[in-house]
Design a protein. Structure first.
Length: 351
């Protein structure tokens, strides 16, 4: 079966075609980073309007690339949540309109499930069960994944997520938007051992995270180093690179320690990394080294599939179809869920 998938939860418009037996057939992605840079973050109304402009041309692009027509599509999938309400509605309404006009069934997909299953598009493919570290935007979670749709939450962030810690530190340094990748690039020029920063909750007895204190520590270091510094003033020079490297090291140290703790706690030997922060090269390097040390395996999605994209949504739908978890009797109409815990994921409520 062929699935047409739409992703529009935030500031990327993604469309893709996935076959339940052959995998990814074609995909197209437009990022709004340049548009939102002037505002230092995503402006929801602008994001929604841009999705409206991009989604149909991107759909035509993937159909042409795959040499398929809408009549040959068997299912239409879309991100039903979580995300920005207006942005979600664009993808959901387009997907449902195509499904209705072509008399095809539609399926709402949880955004984080798309990230969580995306490493299974790579070769080698991680088999169930495994531990998943989800590090995407405002989400940092450790999940035990027993099968498609069977997820157990082991730990999550109590305040700022890892991605937010990257972005907020980048903003303090005056690096612009999107901050996370810019901070990582600056960190390559620095020495993380030159500045001491805390590793919040790294040695706690649970699998929860907390990164708000790290952001505060970075602010304190800047104010101490530059007495007359004011918010919005760029921080430059080697010291700024060292601070970026120290921040990245602190975040990755916590993520690695908690991931290893989850493997030990559950007795599992497979770890999957998913979400935008999963593209971070230091995180990949440290996780690869540490999992090898304890005889475990770690799996990553391809770097181009770490950020939000339509391929992960179409693929998650394909996984649900193969697992017999597709909605049995799609209803007319649809809902979107700006706030939607993954452990409450039920395909029967989003069709």
């Amino acid at each position: 079966m062929i699935v047409l998938g739409f992703e529009s939860s935030c500031d990327e418009t993604g469309v893709a075609l996935v076959c339940t037996t052959r995998g990814l057939l074609a995909q197209a992605l437009h990022t709004q980073a340049a548009m939102h840079e002037a505002y230092g973050g995503v402006v929801p109304e602008l994001a929604s309007r841009d999705h409206v402009r991009r989604v149909i041309p991107l759909t035509q692009q993937v159909l042409t690339e795959a040499n398929l027509s809408l009549k040959e599509v068997d299912w239409v999938a879309y991100t039903a949540g979580p995300g920005l309400a207006g942005a979600l509605l664009v993808g959901a309404s387009v997907a449902q309109s195509i499904a209705w006009s072509c008399q095809k069934p539609a399926m709402g997909i949880h955004h984080l499930e798309g990230h969580l299953l995306s490493p299974r598009m790579a070769d080698p493919k991680p088999e169930f069960p495994f531990i998943a570290l989800l590090v995407s935007g405002g989400h940092t979670q450790l999940m035990q994944v027993n099968s498609v749709g069977d997820y157990q939450l082991l730990g999550e962030t109590l305040d700022d997520a890892a991605g937010e810690a990257f972005d907020k530190t980048a903003k303090l340094l005056g690096l612009g938007y999107p901050g996370g990748p810019m901070l990582a690039r600056l960190a390559e020029q620095g020495d993380g051992g030159q500045i001491d920063l805390p590793r919040p909750m790294m040695h706690s007895q649970n699998l929860d995270f907390s990164f708000s204190g790290l952001k505060t520590a970075v602010l304190t270091r800047i104010q101490k180093k530059i007495p007359n510094w004011q918010s919005g003033q760029p921080v430059t020079g080697q010291w700024a690179a060292d601070l970026a490297a120290a921040t990245q090291t602190a975040i990755t140290d916590v993520l690695v320690a908690k991931s290893l703790q989850a493997l030990k706690q559950t007795g599992l030997k497979r770890l999957v990394i998913a979400g935008g922060v999963g593209a971070n090269s230091r995180l990949r390097e440290q996780l690869t080294q540490q999992t090898q040390r304890i005889g475990a395996q770690v799996f990553y999605p391809p770097v181009h599939l770490c950020t939000d994209n339509g391929a992960m949504i179409a693929y998650a739908a394909a996984e649900r179809i193969n697992a017999g978890l597709a909605p049995k009797s799609p209803r007319q109409g649809f809902n979107v869920f700006p706030r939607w815990p993954l452990i409450e994921n039920d395909p029967s409520v989003v069709v």
